[in-house]
Design a protein around this ligand. Structure first.
Ligand SMILES: [Cu+2]
Length: 593
Protein backbone atom coordinates (compact mmCIF):
# COMPACT_ATOMS: atom_id res chain seq x y z
CA UNK A 1 0.00 0.00 0.00
CA UNK A 2 1.46 3.21 -0.97
CA UNK A 3 -0.05 6.39 0.27
CA UNK A 4 -2.28 7.25 3.17
CA UNK A 5 -4.27 10.27 4.07
CA UNK A 6 -4.23 10.09 7.77
CA UNK A 7 -6.44 12.90 8.91
CA UNK A 8 -9.34 10.78 7.63
CA UNK A 9 -8.01 7.40 8.62
CA UNK A 10 -10.21 6.84 11.66
CA UNK A 11 -13.33 8.12 9.91
CA UNK A 12 -12.67 5.91 6.98
CA UNK A 13 -12.16 2.84 9.10
CA UNK A 14 -15.52 3.51 10.78
CA UNK A 15 -17.19 3.95 7.39
CA UNK A 16 -15.67 0.80 6.05
CA UNK A 17 -16.62 -1.13 9.16
CA UNK A 18 -20.23 -0.15 8.61
CA UNK A 19 -20.17 -1.49 5.07
CA UNK A 20 -20.52 -5.09 4.04
CA UNK A 21 -17.09 -6.57 3.97
CA UNK A 22 -18.06 -9.14 1.37
CA UNK A 23 -18.89 -6.54 -1.28
CA UNK A 24 -16.38 -6.25 -4.06
CA UNK A 25 -15.96 -3.22 -6.22
CA UNK A 26 -14.44 -2.23 -9.49
CA UNK A 27 -11.99 0.51 -9.77
CA UNK A 28 -10.21 1.92 -12.71
CA UNK A 29 -8.06 4.91 -12.03
CA UNK A 30 -9.60 7.49 -9.77
CA UNK A 31 -8.47 11.06 -10.22
CA UNK A 32 -5.62 11.66 -7.82
CA UNK A 33 -3.86 14.89 -7.09
CA UNK A 34 -0.38 14.25 -8.44
CA UNK A 35 2.23 14.12 -5.73
CA UNK A 36 5.76 15.25 -6.26
CA UNK A 37 8.02 12.34 -5.55
CA UNK A 38 11.65 12.88 -4.77
CA UNK A 39 13.46 10.07 -6.51
CA UNK A 40 15.64 8.09 -4.21
CA UNK A 41 14.23 9.50 -1.02
CA UNK A 42 10.88 9.27 0.70
CA UNK A 43 8.25 11.86 0.04
CA UNK A 44 7.80 14.30 2.88
CA UNK A 45 5.05 13.50 5.30
CA UNK A 46 3.67 16.12 7.62
CA UNK A 47 3.83 13.67 10.42
CA UNK A 48 2.49 15.52 13.45
CA UNK A 49 -0.76 16.72 11.92
CA UNK A 50 -1.52 13.37 10.34
CA UNK A 51 -0.85 11.24 13.35
CA UNK A 52 -3.81 9.02 14.15
CA UNK A 53 -3.78 7.56 17.62
CA UNK A 54 -3.28 3.83 17.49
CA UNK A 55 -6.29 3.47 19.79
CA UNK A 56 -8.62 4.77 17.14
CA UNK A 57 -8.00 1.57 15.20
CA UNK A 58 -9.03 -0.66 18.07
CA UNK A 59 -12.72 -0.94 17.31
CA UNK A 60 -14.76 -3.09 19.68
CA UNK A 61 -14.61 -6.68 18.57
CA UNK A 62 -11.86 -5.91 16.10
CA UNK A 63 -8.78 -6.53 18.18
CA UNK A 64 -6.18 -8.84 16.81
CA UNK A 65 -7.20 -11.53 19.29
CA UNK A 66 -10.89 -11.72 18.41
CA UNK A 67 -10.51 -12.94 14.84
CA UNK A 68 -8.32 -15.46 13.15
CA UNK A 69 -5.35 -13.46 11.89
CA UNK A 70 -3.49 -15.46 9.31
CA UNK A 71 -1.54 -12.49 8.05
CA UNK A 72 1.08 -11.11 10.41
CA UNK A 73 0.50 -7.39 10.85
CA UNK A 74 3.09 -4.78 11.81
CA UNK A 75 3.38 -4.10 15.51
CA UNK A 76 0.42 -2.22 16.93
CA UNK A 77 -1.71 -2.64 13.82
CA UNK A 78 -4.89 -4.63 13.36
CA UNK A 79 -6.57 -5.71 10.18
CA UNK A 80 -8.81 -3.21 8.40
CA UNK A 81 -12.31 -3.91 9.75
CA UNK A 82 -13.72 -4.25 6.25
CA UNK A 83 -11.19 -6.97 5.54
CA UNK A 84 -11.46 -9.04 8.69
CA UNK A 85 -12.60 -12.57 7.96
CA UNK A 86 -11.87 -12.36 4.23
CA UNK A 87 -9.42 -14.67 2.54
CA UNK A 88 -8.02 -14.28 -0.97
CA UNK A 89 -10.15 -16.01 -3.61
CA UNK A 90 -8.58 -18.70 -5.73
CA UNK A 91 -7.42 -21.26 -3.19
CA UNK A 92 -4.10 -21.82 -1.51
CA UNK A 93 -0.98 -23.79 -2.29
CA UNK A 94 1.94 -25.09 -0.28
CA UNK A 95 4.44 -27.65 -1.63
CA UNK A 96 4.39 -31.30 -0.77
CA UNK A 97 0.65 -31.88 -0.80
CA UNK A 98 0.42 -32.16 2.96
CA UNK A 99 3.26 -34.68 3.32
CA UNK A 100 5.06 -34.96 6.64
CA UNK A 101 8.09 -32.65 6.45
CA UNK A 102 10.09 -35.40 8.16
CA UNK A 103 9.70 -37.49 4.99
CA UNK A 104 11.54 -34.86 2.92
CA UNK A 105 15.36 -34.51 2.93
CA UNK A 106 16.84 -31.75 5.04
CA UNK A 107 18.06 -28.80 2.98
CA UNK A 108 21.83 -28.64 2.44
CA UNK A 109 23.98 -25.53 2.26
CA UNK A 110 25.08 -24.24 -1.11
CA UNK A 111 28.04 -26.00 -2.72
CA UNK A 112 30.43 -24.38 -5.15
CA UNK A 113 30.58 -26.07 -8.55
CA UNK A 114 33.62 -25.01 -10.52
CA UNK A 115 32.76 -25.65 -14.15
CA UNK A 116 34.74 -25.12 -17.31
CA UNK A 117 33.94 -24.73 -20.96
CA UNK A 118 32.22 -27.85 -22.30
CA UNK A 119 31.21 -29.24 -18.91
CA UNK A 120 27.84 -30.84 -18.27
CA UNK A 121 26.02 -30.75 -14.96
CA UNK A 122 22.66 -31.73 -13.52
CA UNK A 123 20.36 -29.36 -11.69
CA UNK A 124 17.25 -30.84 -10.12
CA UNK A 125 14.46 -28.84 -8.58
CA UNK A 126 13.52 -30.87 -5.51
CA UNK A 127 11.50 -30.70 -2.33
CA UNK A 128 13.56 -29.90 0.74
CA UNK A 129 12.81 -29.60 4.42
CA UNK A 130 13.73 -26.25 5.93
CA UNK A 131 13.28 -25.09 9.47
CA UNK A 132 11.83 -21.61 9.58
CA UNK A 133 11.29 -19.81 12.86
CA UNK A 134 11.66 -23.14 14.64
CA UNK A 135 9.19 -25.11 12.50
CA UNK A 136 9.91 -27.58 9.71
CA UNK A 137 8.38 -26.81 6.31
CA UNK A 138 8.47 -28.39 2.90
CA UNK A 139 10.07 -25.98 0.48
CA UNK A 140 12.17 -26.15 -2.69
CA UNK A 141 15.86 -26.29 -3.58
CA UNK A 142 18.15 -26.98 -6.50
CA UNK A 143 19.98 -30.27 -5.88
CA UNK A 144 18.64 -30.14 -2.34
CA UNK A 145 20.49 -26.88 -1.65
CA UNK A 146 19.31 -23.37 -0.79
CA UNK A 147 20.64 -21.28 -2.37
CA UNK A 148 21.21 -23.64 -5.29
CA UNK A 149 24.75 -24.61 -6.28
CA UNK A 150 27.04 -21.66 -6.99
CA UNK A 151 28.36 -22.12 -10.52
CA UNK A 152 31.80 -20.63 -10.92
CA UNK A 153 32.40 -20.31 -14.65
CA UNK A 154 35.15 -18.83 -16.81
CA UNK A 155 34.04 -16.02 -19.11
CA UNK A 156 33.14 -17.25 -22.62
CA UNK A 157 32.51 -20.79 -21.42
CA UNK A 158 29.52 -22.74 -22.72
CA UNK A 159 28.12 -25.39 -20.41
CA UNK A 160 25.31 -27.93 -20.64
CA UNK A 161 22.82 -28.09 -17.81
CA UNK A 162 20.40 -30.99 -17.57
CA UNK A 163 17.44 -29.67 -15.64
CA UNK A 164 15.20 -32.18 -13.93
CA UNK A 165 11.89 -31.07 -12.52
CA UNK A 166 11.26 -33.09 -9.36
CA UNK A 167 8.79 -30.69 -7.75
CA UNK A 168 5.01 -30.59 -7.84
CA UNK A 169 4.63 -27.66 -10.26
CA UNK A 170 5.73 -27.08 -13.86
CA UNK A 171 9.07 -25.28 -13.91
CA UNK A 172 12.03 -24.03 -15.99
CA UNK A 173 15.34 -22.29 -15.48
CA UNK A 174 15.95 -18.71 -16.56
CA UNK A 175 19.61 -17.65 -16.61
CA UNK A 176 19.10 -14.13 -15.38
CA UNK A 177 21.26 -11.49 -17.06
CA UNK A 178 23.10 -13.95 -19.28
CA UNK A 179 23.13 -13.02 -22.97
CA UNK A 180 22.67 -16.58 -24.19
CA UNK A 181 21.00 -18.31 -27.10
CA UNK A 182 17.30 -17.41 -27.00
CA UNK A 183 16.07 -21.01 -27.02
CA UNK A 184 17.69 -21.61 -23.63
CA UNK A 185 16.22 -18.52 -21.94
CA UNK A 186 13.81 -20.63 -19.93
CA UNK A 187 10.54 -18.77 -20.51
CA UNK A 188 7.53 -21.07 -20.98
CA UNK A 189 5.25 -19.81 -23.71
CA UNK A 190 8.00 -17.74 -25.30
CA UNK A 191 11.14 -19.85 -25.68
CA UNK A 192 10.14 -23.33 -24.52
CA UNK A 193 7.38 -25.45 -23.03
CA UNK A 194 7.18 -25.52 -19.26
CA UNK A 195 8.97 -28.57 -17.88
CA UNK A 196 6.29 -30.78 -16.34
CA UNK A 197 6.87 -32.51 -13.00
CA UNK A 198 9.03 -35.55 -13.72
CA UNK A 199 10.36 -34.17 -17.03
CA UNK A 200 13.73 -32.75 -18.00
CA UNK A 201 15.11 -30.05 -20.29
CA UNK A 202 18.67 -29.55 -21.50
CA UNK A 203 20.03 -25.99 -21.46
CA UNK A 204 23.19 -24.77 -23.13
CA UNK A 205 24.39 -21.67 -21.40
CA UNK A 206 27.06 -19.39 -22.80
CA UNK A 207 28.58 -16.74 -20.56
CA UNK A 208 29.84 -13.75 -22.59
CA UNK A 209 30.12 -11.28 -19.68
CA UNK A 210 32.09 -11.39 -16.44
CA UNK A 211 30.18 -10.68 -13.26
CA UNK A 212 27.54 -12.13 -10.96
CA UNK A 213 24.34 -13.66 -12.36
CA UNK A 214 21.59 -15.85 -11.00
CA UNK A 215 19.22 -18.57 -12.09
CA UNK A 216 15.62 -19.18 -11.11
CA UNK A 217 12.46 -20.67 -12.64
CA UNK A 218 10.29 -18.53 -14.90
CA UNK A 219 7.10 -20.22 -13.70
CA UNK A 220 5.18 -18.92 -10.68
CA UNK A 221 8.22 -17.13 -9.30
CA UNK A 222 5.99 -15.98 -6.44
CA UNK A 223 6.04 -19.61 -5.29
CA UNK A 224 9.04 -21.38 -6.79
CA UNK A 225 11.68 -18.69 -6.43
CA UNK A 226 10.23 -17.53 -3.12
CA UNK A 227 10.49 -21.03 -1.67
CA UNK A 228 14.16 -21.45 -2.52
CA UNK A 229 14.69 -22.08 -6.23
CA UNK A 230 17.52 -19.66 -6.90
CA UNK A 231 21.28 -19.85 -7.25
CA UNK A 232 24.18 -17.72 -8.44
CA UNK A 233 26.69 -17.90 -11.23
CA UNK A 234 29.98 -16.06 -10.97
CA UNK A 235 31.60 -15.54 -14.33
CA UNK A 236 35.33 -14.97 -13.98
CA UNK A 237 37.28 -12.75 -16.35
CA UNK A 238 40.53 -14.26 -17.64
CA UNK A 239 42.15 -11.00 -16.50
CA UNK A 240 43.34 -11.65 -12.94
CA UNK A 241 43.32 -7.91 -12.20
CA UNK A 242 39.73 -7.47 -13.44
CA UNK A 243 38.80 -6.33 -9.92
CA UNK A 244 41.16 -4.84 -7.40
CA UNK A 245 42.64 -7.44 -5.02
CA UNK A 246 40.68 -8.78 -2.05
CA UNK A 247 41.49 -11.05 0.89
CA UNK A 248 38.30 -13.04 0.53
CA UNK A 249 35.13 -13.33 -1.53
CA UNK A 250 31.58 -13.77 -0.26
CA UNK A 251 28.42 -14.43 -2.26
CA UNK A 252 25.29 -13.09 -0.57
CA UNK A 253 21.74 -13.72 -1.76
CA UNK A 254 19.05 -11.73 0.01
CA UNK A 255 15.46 -12.87 0.19
CA UNK A 256 12.57 -12.95 2.60
CA UNK A 257 9.76 -15.22 3.71
CA UNK A 258 6.35 -14.43 5.11
CA UNK A 259 5.48 -16.50 8.16
CA UNK A 260 3.31 -16.15 11.19
CA UNK A 261 3.71 -17.96 14.49
CA UNK A 262 2.21 -21.17 13.12
CA UNK A 263 2.56 -21.29 9.37
CA UNK A 264 4.32 -20.37 6.22
CA UNK A 265 1.68 -18.08 4.70
CA UNK A 266 0.28 -20.17 1.81
CA UNK A 267 0.49 -19.08 -1.80
CA UNK A 268 -2.35 -18.39 -4.23
CA UNK A 269 -3.27 -21.58 -6.06
CA UNK A 270 -4.73 -20.08 -9.24
CA UNK A 271 -2.37 -17.12 -9.35
CA UNK A 272 -0.38 -14.88 -7.06
CA UNK A 273 -1.99 -13.20 -4.12
CA UNK A 274 -0.28 -10.11 -2.63
CA UNK A 275 -0.77 -8.78 -6.15
CA UNK A 276 -0.75 -5.12 -5.14
CA UNK A 277 2.75 -4.74 -3.80
CA UNK A 278 4.13 -8.23 -3.96
CA UNK A 279 4.72 -10.58 -1.07
CA UNK A 280 7.02 -8.78 1.36
CA UNK A 281 8.34 -11.24 3.91
CA UNK A 282 8.75 -10.62 7.60
CA UNK A 283 11.74 -12.94 7.92
CA UNK A 284 14.81 -11.57 6.16
CA UNK A 285 17.26 -14.19 4.95
CA UNK A 286 20.83 -14.16 3.71
CA UNK A 287 21.79 -17.27 1.74
CA UNK A 288 18.56 -18.84 2.99
CA UNK A 289 19.32 -18.33 6.67
CA UNK A 290 18.11 -15.69 9.12
CA UNK A 291 21.56 -14.79 10.34
CA UNK A 292 24.70 -14.38 8.30
CA UNK A 293 28.11 -14.63 9.94
CA UNK A 294 31.60 -14.00 8.64
CA UNK A 295 35.02 -13.96 10.26
CA UNK A 296 37.65 -11.57 9.00
CA UNK A 297 41.02 -10.21 10.03
CA UNK A 298 41.80 -6.60 10.84
CA UNK A 299 42.22 -4.75 7.56
CA UNK A 300 40.70 -7.49 5.38
CA UNK A 301 39.21 -6.40 2.10
CA UNK A 302 36.19 -8.59 1.37
CA UNK A 303 34.65 -8.72 -2.09
CA UNK A 304 30.90 -9.25 -1.77
CA UNK A 305 28.75 -10.43 -4.66
CA UNK A 306 25.24 -9.24 -3.78
CA UNK A 307 21.98 -10.52 -5.33
CA UNK A 308 18.42 -9.67 -4.40
CA UNK A 309 16.28 -12.78 -4.94
CA UNK A 310 13.29 -11.49 -2.95
CA UNK A 311 9.88 -11.38 -4.61
CA UNK A 312 9.29 -7.73 -3.91
CA UNK A 313 11.55 -6.25 -1.24
CA UNK A 314 14.11 -3.61 -2.19
CA UNK A 315 17.12 -3.59 0.15
CA UNK A 316 19.49 -0.87 1.28
CA UNK A 317 22.58 -2.70 2.52
CA UNK A 318 25.50 -1.45 4.60
CA UNK A 319 28.28 -3.06 6.59
CA UNK A 320 28.40 -1.48 10.02
CA UNK A 321 29.89 1.74 8.75
CA UNK A 322 32.84 0.08 7.03
CA UNK A 323 33.74 1.82 3.77
CA UNK A 324 32.13 0.33 0.64
CA UNK A 325 33.59 0.51 -2.83
CA UNK A 326 31.27 -0.34 -5.72
CA UNK A 327 32.94 -2.19 -8.56
CA UNK A 328 30.23 -3.61 -10.77
CA UNK A 329 26.55 -4.23 -11.22
CA UNK A 330 24.43 -6.56 -13.36
CA UNK A 331 26.36 -7.08 -16.61
CA UNK A 332 29.60 -5.11 -16.29
CA UNK A 333 31.91 -3.10 -14.13
CA UNK A 334 31.20 0.60 -13.66
CA UNK A 335 33.17 3.10 -15.68
CA UNK A 336 34.55 4.41 -12.41
CA UNK A 337 34.80 2.71 -9.04
CA UNK A 338 32.96 4.66 -6.43
CA UNK A 339 32.67 4.95 -2.65
CA UNK A 340 29.12 4.70 -1.31
CA UNK A 341 27.53 4.65 2.16
CA UNK A 342 25.14 1.82 1.24
CA UNK A 343 23.91 -0.24 -1.70
CA UNK A 344 20.31 -0.17 -2.92
CA UNK A 345 19.35 -3.51 -4.38
CA UNK A 346 16.00 -3.92 -6.14
CA UNK A 347 14.63 -7.40 -6.81
CA UNK A 348 16.89 -9.19 -9.33
CA UNK A 349 19.64 -6.58 -9.22
CA UNK A 350 23.25 -7.45 -8.45
CA UNK A 351 26.17 -5.40 -7.19
CA UNK A 352 29.77 -6.33 -6.63
CA UNK A 353 31.32 -4.31 -3.84
CA UNK A 354 34.43 -4.40 -1.71
CA UNK A 355 34.42 -3.58 1.96
CA UNK A 356 37.46 -3.03 4.15
CA UNK A 357 37.18 -3.86 7.84
CA UNK A 358 39.88 -1.65 9.25
CA UNK A 359 39.44 -2.20 12.98
CA UNK A 360 38.86 -5.31 15.07
CA UNK A 361 35.32 -5.71 16.36
CA UNK A 362 31.85 -6.56 15.14
CA UNK A 363 30.29 -5.05 12.04
CA UNK A 364 26.56 -5.49 11.50
CA UNK A 365 25.25 -6.32 8.05
CA UNK A 366 22.21 -4.07 7.99
CA UNK A 367 19.21 -3.32 5.81
CA UNK A 368 18.26 0.25 6.73
CA UNK A 369 15.28 1.88 5.04
CA UNK A 370 12.69 4.60 5.47
CA UNK A 371 9.48 2.70 6.14
CA UNK A 372 6.03 4.20 6.03
CA UNK A 373 3.85 3.69 9.05
CA UNK A 374 0.54 3.99 7.23
CA UNK A 375 -1.62 4.49 10.27
CA UNK A 376 0.61 7.02 11.96
CA UNK A 377 1.43 8.81 8.74
CA UNK A 378 5.12 8.81 9.37
CA UNK A 379 8.20 7.83 7.57
CA UNK A 380 10.30 6.10 10.15
CA UNK A 381 13.74 4.59 10.03
CA UNK A 382 13.54 0.82 10.00
CA UNK A 383 16.64 -1.24 10.31
CA UNK A 384 17.17 -4.99 10.26
CA UNK A 385 20.40 -6.68 11.22
CA UNK A 386 20.92 -9.46 8.71
CA UNK A 387 24.19 -10.73 10.07
CA UNK A 388 27.48 -9.98 11.74
CA UNK A 389 31.05 -9.74 10.56
CA UNK A 390 33.53 -10.51 13.33
CA UNK A 391 36.91 -8.94 12.77
CA UNK A 392 39.77 -10.22 14.92
CA UNK A 393 42.94 -8.31 15.76
CA UNK A 394 45.39 -10.25 13.61
CA UNK A 395 46.42 -8.22 10.59
CA UNK A 396 45.28 -8.91 7.03
CA UNK A 397 47.81 -10.70 4.86
CA UNK A 398 48.44 -9.27 2.36
CA UNK A 399 47.39 -5.77 3.34
CA UNK A 400 45.39 -4.34 0.44
CA UNK A 401 44.67 -0.96 2.04
CA UNK A 402 46.36 1.01 -0.72
CA UNK A 403 44.56 -0.83 -3.51
CA UNK A 404 41.28 -0.47 -1.65
CA UNK A 405 41.75 3.26 -1.20
CA UNK A 406 42.41 3.78 -4.90
CA UNK A 407 39.31 4.21 -7.05
CA UNK A 408 40.03 2.74 -10.45
CA UNK A 409 38.75 3.99 -13.78
CA UNK A 410 37.82 1.11 -16.03
CA UNK A 411 38.88 2.51 -19.38
CA UNK A 412 37.78 -0.64 -21.21
CA UNK A 413 34.21 -0.11 -19.99
CA UNK A 414 34.26 3.55 -21.03
CA UNK A 415 35.66 2.63 -24.47
CA UNK A 416 32.94 0.02 -24.94
CA UNK A 417 30.23 2.51 -23.97
CA UNK A 418 31.71 5.21 -26.22
CA UNK A 419 30.18 3.43 -29.22
CA UNK A 420 26.74 4.07 -27.75
CA UNK A 421 27.16 7.70 -26.64
CA UNK A 422 25.99 9.13 -30.00
CA UNK A 423 22.58 7.56 -29.25
CA UNK A 424 22.19 8.97 -25.74
CA UNK A 425 20.14 11.99 -26.85
CA UNK A 426 18.09 10.42 -29.59
CA UNK A 427 14.31 10.49 -29.11
CA UNK A 428 12.89 7.37 -27.47
CA UNK A 429 11.96 4.54 -29.84
CA UNK A 430 9.34 3.42 -27.38
CA UNK A 431 7.67 5.00 -24.38
CA UNK A 432 6.10 2.72 -21.81
CA UNK A 433 3.93 3.92 -18.96
CA UNK A 434 3.86 1.74 -15.83
CA UNK A 435 0.45 1.61 -14.25
CA UNK A 436 -2.21 -0.70 -12.80
CA UNK A 437 -5.85 -1.63 -13.15
CA UNK A 438 -7.89 -3.15 -10.34
CA UNK A 439 -11.26 -4.88 -10.37
CA UNK A 440 -13.41 -6.74 -7.85
CA UNK A 441 -11.18 -5.74 -4.96
CA UNK A 442 -12.67 -5.64 -1.46
CA UNK A 443 -14.57 -2.41 -0.88
CA UNK A 444 -12.39 -1.50 2.08
CA UNK A 445 -9.29 -1.67 -0.10
CA UNK A 446 -10.84 0.50 -2.81
CA UNK A 447 -12.11 3.08 -0.34
CA UNK A 448 -8.85 3.31 1.44
CA UNK A 449 -6.87 3.65 -1.75
CA UNK A 450 -9.21 6.28 -3.15
CA UNK A 451 -8.75 8.66 -0.24
CA UNK A 452 -5.12 7.83 0.07
CA UNK A 453 -3.76 10.93 -1.58
CA UNK A 454 -1.61 12.67 0.97
CA UNK A 455 1.82 11.43 0.05
CA UNK A 456 3.70 8.48 -1.22
CA UNK A 457 7.18 7.12 -1.31
CA UNK A 458 9.03 6.82 -4.64
CA UNK A 459 10.28 3.50 -3.31
CA UNK A 460 8.12 1.55 -0.92
CA UNK A 461 10.52 -0.42 1.22
CA UNK A 462 8.17 -2.37 3.48
CA UNK A 463 4.56 -3.54 3.44
CA UNK A 464 2.69 -1.40 5.92
CA UNK A 465 -0.72 -2.85 4.96
CA UNK A 466 -0.25 -6.60 4.56
CA UNK A 467 -3.96 -7.35 4.95
CA UNK A 468 -4.98 -5.26 1.94
CA UNK A 469 -2.03 -6.59 0.01
CA UNK A 470 -2.77 -10.24 0.84
CA UNK A 471 -6.39 -9.86 -0.28
CA UNK A 472 -5.42 -8.67 -3.76
CA UNK A 473 -4.89 -11.41 -6.32
CA UNK A 474 -3.68 -11.55 -9.90
CA UNK A 475 -7.30 -12.01 -10.96
CA UNK A 476 -8.20 -8.64 -9.43
CA UNK A 477 -5.09 -6.65 -10.13
CA UNK A 478 -3.56 -6.20 -13.56
CA UNK A 479 -0.21 -4.47 -13.65
CA UNK A 480 0.45 -2.74 -16.93
CA UNK A 481 3.23 -1.75 -19.29
CA UNK A 482 1.41 0.55 -21.73
CA UNK A 483 2.82 1.65 -25.06
CA UNK A 484 2.17 5.41 -25.19
CA UNK A 485 2.12 5.45 -29.00
CA UNK A 486 -0.48 2.73 -29.56
CA UNK A 487 -2.18 2.36 -26.19
CA UNK A 488 -1.43 -1.36 -26.36
CA UNK A 489 -0.62 -3.13 -23.14
CA UNK A 490 1.64 -5.95 -21.99
CA UNK A 491 1.72 -8.95 -24.33
CA UNK A 492 -0.31 -7.07 -26.97
CA UNK A 493 2.67 -4.81 -27.59
CA UNK A 494 4.27 -6.33 -30.64
CA UNK A 495 7.65 -4.67 -30.55
CA UNK A 496 10.22 -5.61 -33.19
CA UNK A 497 13.70 -4.18 -33.52
CA UNK A 498 16.58 -5.20 -35.76
CA UNK A 499 19.52 -7.09 -34.37
CA UNK A 500 22.40 -4.63 -33.98
CA UNK A 501 20.19 -1.62 -33.39
CA UNK A 502 20.57 0.67 -30.42
CA UNK A 503 17.13 1.19 -28.97
CA UNK A 504 16.04 3.91 -26.60
CA UNK A 505 13.26 3.03 -24.19
CA UNK A 506 11.61 5.58 -21.94
CA UNK A 507 9.91 4.17 -18.85
CA UNK A 508 7.49 6.37 -16.92
CA UNK A 509 6.04 5.22 -13.61
CA UNK A 510 2.67 6.95 -13.36
CA UNK A 511 2.20 8.34 -9.83
CA UNK A 512 -1.54 8.88 -10.43
CA UNK A 513 -2.43 5.24 -10.84
CA UNK A 514 -4.64 3.34 -8.42
CA UNK A 515 -1.59 1.98 -6.61
CA UNK A 516 1.67 3.61 -7.62
CA UNK A 517 4.71 1.56 -6.75
CA UNK A 518 8.31 1.15 -7.85
CA UNK A 519 9.06 -1.50 -10.48
CA UNK A 520 12.37 -3.23 -11.14
CA UNK A 521 12.15 -3.69 -14.90
CA UNK A 522 14.20 -6.58 -16.29
CA UNK A 523 15.13 -7.21 -19.92
CA UNK A 524 16.22 -10.71 -20.91
CA UNK A 525 19.13 -11.56 -23.15
CA UNK A 526 20.46 -8.06 -23.85
CA UNK A 527 22.30 -5.41 -21.91
CA UNK A 528 21.21 -1.85 -21.36
CA UNK A 529 22.50 1.46 -20.05
CA UNK A 530 20.52 3.78 -17.80
CA UNK A 531 21.34 7.03 -19.60
CA UNK A 532 19.02 9.45 -17.80
CA UNK A 533 16.69 9.69 -14.83
CA UNK A 534 14.05 12.43 -14.95
CA UNK A 535 15.97 14.07 -17.77
CA UNK A 536 19.22 14.18 -15.83
CA UNK A 537 22.05 12.49 -17.69
CA UNK A 538 23.58 9.62 -15.75
CA UNK A 539 27.27 9.71 -14.93
CA UNK A 540 29.38 6.67 -14.37
CA UNK A 541 27.59 4.12 -16.49
CA UNK A 542 27.34 0.37 -16.10
CA UNK A 543 25.63 -2.30 -18.23
CA UNK A 544 22.43 -3.47 -16.57
CA UNK A 545 19.70 -6.00 -17.11
CA UNK A 546 17.41 -4.70 -14.34
CA UNK A 547 16.55 -1.09 -13.58
CA UNK A 548 14.48 0.27 -10.70
CA UNK A 549 11.82 2.81 -11.73
CA UNK A 550 10.68 4.77 -8.65
CA UNK A 551 7.15 6.18 -8.50
CA UNK A 552 6.83 9.33 -10.58
CA UNK A 553 10.15 8.77 -12.31
CA UNK A 554 11.02 8.75 -15.97
CA UNK A 555 14.02 6.59 -16.81
CA UNK A 556 15.69 6.42 -20.22
CA UNK A 557 17.52 3.22 -21.05
CA UNK A 558 19.56 2.42 -24.10
CA UNK A 559 19.32 -1.20 -25.19
CA UNK A 560 22.16 -2.86 -27.05
CA UNK A 561 19.85 -5.10 -29.11
CA UNK A 562 22.59 -7.42 -30.28
CA UNK A 563 21.13 -10.81 -29.41
CA UNK A 564 18.39 -12.10 -31.75
CA UNK A 565 15.26 -13.73 -30.40
CA UNK A 566 12.13 -13.12 -28.38
CA UNK A 567 13.07 -11.59 -25.07
CA UNK A 568 10.92 -10.85 -22.06
CA UNK A 569 10.74 -7.32 -20.70
CA UNK A 570 8.97 -7.39 -17.35
CA UNK A 571 8.71 -6.24 -13.79
CA UNK A 572 10.74 -8.53 -11.54
CA UNK A 573 8.35 -8.23 -8.60
CA UNK A 574 7.11 -11.81 -8.83
CA UNK A 575 3.48 -10.91 -8.15
CA UNK A 576 3.51 -8.06 -10.68
CA UNK A 577 4.87 -10.39 -13.33
CA UNK A 578 2.17 -12.88 -12.35
CA UNK A 579 -0.37 -10.06 -12.72
CA UNK A 580 0.53 -9.35 -16.32
CA UNK A 581 3.35 -6.82 -16.17
CA UNK A 582 5.37 -8.17 -19.07
CA UNK A 583 5.91 -7.86 -22.78
CA UNK A 584 8.28 -9.31 -25.38
CA UNK A 585 11.01 -7.49 -27.27
CA UNK A 586 11.49 -9.26 -30.61
CA UNK A 587 15.05 -8.75 -31.80
CA UNK A 588 14.88 -9.77 -35.46
CA UNK A 589 17.97 -11.48 -36.83
CA UNK A 590 19.99 -9.14 -39.06
CA UNK A 591 20.57 -11.84 -41.65
CA UNK A 592 18.06 -14.67 -41.52
CA UNK A 593 19.80 -18.02 -41.00
CU1 LIG B 1 6.28 -4.14 -10.63
Amino acid sequence: MNRRILTTAALLVAAVAATSSAQQHDTTMPAMPPGMPMPGSPGKADTASRRAPADSMNMPGMSSNSMPMPIPMPKGMVMMPGLVGLTPPGGTFLPGGGADPASVPQVRPRQILRVKDGDTLDLSATLVRRTVAGRPYIMYGFNGEVPGPLLRVPQNATITVRFHNRIDLPSSIHWHGVRLDNRYDGVPGVTQQAVAPGDSFVYRVHFPDAGVYWYHPHVREDIEQALGLFGNMIVDSPDSSYYSPANQEQVLVFDDLLVNADTLIPYGKKGPDFALMGRVGNLLLVNGEPRYTLDAHRGDVVRFYLTNAASSRTYNISFGGAPIKVLASDVSRFEHEQRVPSVVLAPAERYIVEVRFEHPGRYALVNAVQAINHFRGEFEAESDTLGMIDVDSSAAVPDYAAAFDALRDNAAVTRDIDRYRPYFDKPPDKRLTLTVHGSALPLATVQFMNVDTAYYAPVEWVDGMPDMNWLSTSEQVRWILRDDATGKENMDIDWHVKQGSVVKLELYNDPKSFHPMQHPIHLHGQRMLVVARNGVRAKNLVWKDTVLIPVGSTVDVLIDASNPGDWMLHCHIAEHLGSGMMTVLHVDRATPP
